[in-house]
Design a protein around this ligand. Structure first.
Ligand code: HEC
Ligand code: HEC
Length: 418
């Protein structure tokens, strides 16, 4: 029997928190539930799934926060990194699109749309980027523009959750389209963007420039190591007990971690398990976490269009997944993860590099809830599998499955439907 003690982490409880009575009741229920979970030693018990019924008002508030709230991180991105000057002096829309930034076409006035279509907008001119920021059109980047001596000047810049966890559908042109919230932006080269700042020392620049698109290391600023992770989707998490690749804690724990320690928003984040204690001005993050959580839980999993996947092959693949290939021993139930039973896996058990997990709270890997797989290649925390075929090959070798070529392609077909 496992004795479970919850560490004193500074983050709000996973509740909506309208009335204290309800808060306490829910907290008590959660505590009891976690004791039962911790005592559950049965290996293949189907994970209890408790997708929550969501409150539409809170979801709507969370959407605004997810898309537009910088939590005051301009003090870092502007005052420390001077990214506003970097953008104003040298980042044309072409450069911005090349490092993976996305443009939300729904914010563009019709006149601007027709001007772009007619080739009358200079996409090589940083001033056009400033105009796009003024229109609020750059996904995940909030810029404040003031007119100084008749000229638009980018006086501040900050980032939001949408920076890494949203993309667009390219409806207008590559990189320009309708927002897709929760879809990880695997074109975004966060490291290359931050490395443009004159305030970044050379040693850190080398680390940042080594990441490449779609990856980010959320622990470098604490341990100086360079082990970036693939930006995961923020959709399909309703009912999943613990988040991130290493299952460290709840969604609100992680949201607070990123908002305060990575985006440098204003708030407090403490986790004695990691020796982290960051206090960054008056806390604006904590009150926003319940709505932010609600919005993430509302984000639907993208499914492939009808006919994209061969249904008969997928059905055969499902039988393998649940049978001979033994995938469902870990990818359990409708969420395809055993994390709700408290199970985690050593790097060795799942054939992954131990380095990333070693820096986390748990030191292990969470069975990733499989969702929207076709949307978000590459796979595994470090992107070591470029395709679903590579994922299947990985397990075939690891578990000595000896799958035939046909079985492998059937499994890929099934994974493509999740
Ligand atoms: C600079 C890029 C970046 C920004 C900005 C960012 N994230 Fe993330 N996010 C990541 C990376 C990388 C991970 C994976 C970390 C890990 O698993 O160890 C992650 C993990 C997550 C997860 C876990 C997904 C899962 O499968 O468990 C959620 C949820 C999430 N982020 C939501 C948010 C929210 C909400 C915000 C805004 C407060 C935010 N992120 C800001 C890069 C980012
Ligand atoms: C022993 C437990 C275990 C078994 C068995 C297992 N997985 Fe996994 N799976 C994991 C863990 C843990 C991860 C996360 C690894 C990482 O990110 O490095 C994972 C990740 C994945 C991913 C990547 C998801 C993403 O979004 O990056 C896919 C796809 C996947 N597994 C499919 C399968 C298939 C198919 C099988 C059967 C052939 C299988 N798994 C068997 C535990 C398991």
């Amino acid at each position: 029997m496992v004795q479970r003690t919850d560490p004193p982490i500074h983050h709000p409880p996973e509740t909506r928190g309208s009335k204290w009575g309800i808060v306490l009741l829910v907290a008590f229920g959660a505590a009891v539930a976690s004791i039962f979970t911790a005592c559950d030693n049965s290996k293949n018990a189907v994970a209890p799934v408790h997708p929550e019924t969501l409150d539409p008002t809170l979801v709507a508030q969370g959407k605004t926060i997810f898309r537009f709230n910088t939590f005051g991180d301009e003090t870092y991105w502007t005052d420390t990194l001077h990214m506003n000057s970097v953008v104003q002096s040298g980042v044309s829309p072409k450069t911005a699109l090349a490092v993976g930034l996305k443009v939300d076409m729904d914010t563009l006035p019709p006149a601007v749309v027709s001007a772009i279509q007619a080739g009358q907008v200079n996409l090589d001119d940083p001033a056009t980027t400033v105009t796009l920021l003024k229109l609020g059109a750059v996904v995940g980047v909030e810029g404040k523009v003031q007119t100084v001596n008749g000229k638009d000047s980018l006086v501040s810049l900050g980032i939001t959750c949408a920076f890494c966890h949203s993309t667009v559908d390219n409806a207008f042109a590559p990189g320009i389209g309708h927002r897709l919230d929760g879809w990880p932006n695997h074109d975004l080269n966060v490291g290359a963007i931050v490395a443009l700042s004159p305030a970044v020392p050379a040693a850190l620049k080398a680390i940042l420039n080594s990441w490449g698109p779609g990856k980010y290391d959320p622990r470098t600023n604490f341990d100086g190591k360079n082990i970036p992770a693939v930006i995961p989707p923020a959709y399909g998490l309703n009912g999943v007990a613990k988040e991130i690749y290493t299952g460290d804690d709840t969604v609100s724990y992680w949201n607070a971690y990123v908002a305060v320690t990575q985006m440098h928003g204003h708030g407090v984040f403490r986790d004695p398990r990691l020796g982290i204690n960051v206090s960054n001005g008056t806390d604006v993050v904590t009150p926003l976490l319940p709505a932010l959580r609600e919005y993430q839980f509302s984000l639907a999993v993208p499914k492939p269009a009808a006919g994209v996947v061969d249904a008969a092959a997928a059905a055969r693949g499902q039988a393998l997944f649940d049978g001979a290939a033994r995938c469902s021993t870990c990818h359990v139930g409708t969420l395809f993860t055993d994390i709700n039973s408290g199970r985690l896996h050593t790097a060795q058990e799942v054939g992954q590099d131990p380095g990333y997990a070693a820096r986390s709270v748990t030191g292990r890997y969470r069975t990733t809830p499989l969702r929207g797989l076709l949307q978000h290649a590459p796979y595994f925390h470090d992107g070591s599998a470029a395709t679903l075929s590579a994922v299947v090959d990985h397990y075939d070798t690891l578990m000595s499955l000896r799958l035939t070529a046909q079985q492998k392609s059937d499994l890929v077909a099934y994974l493509s439907t999740l």
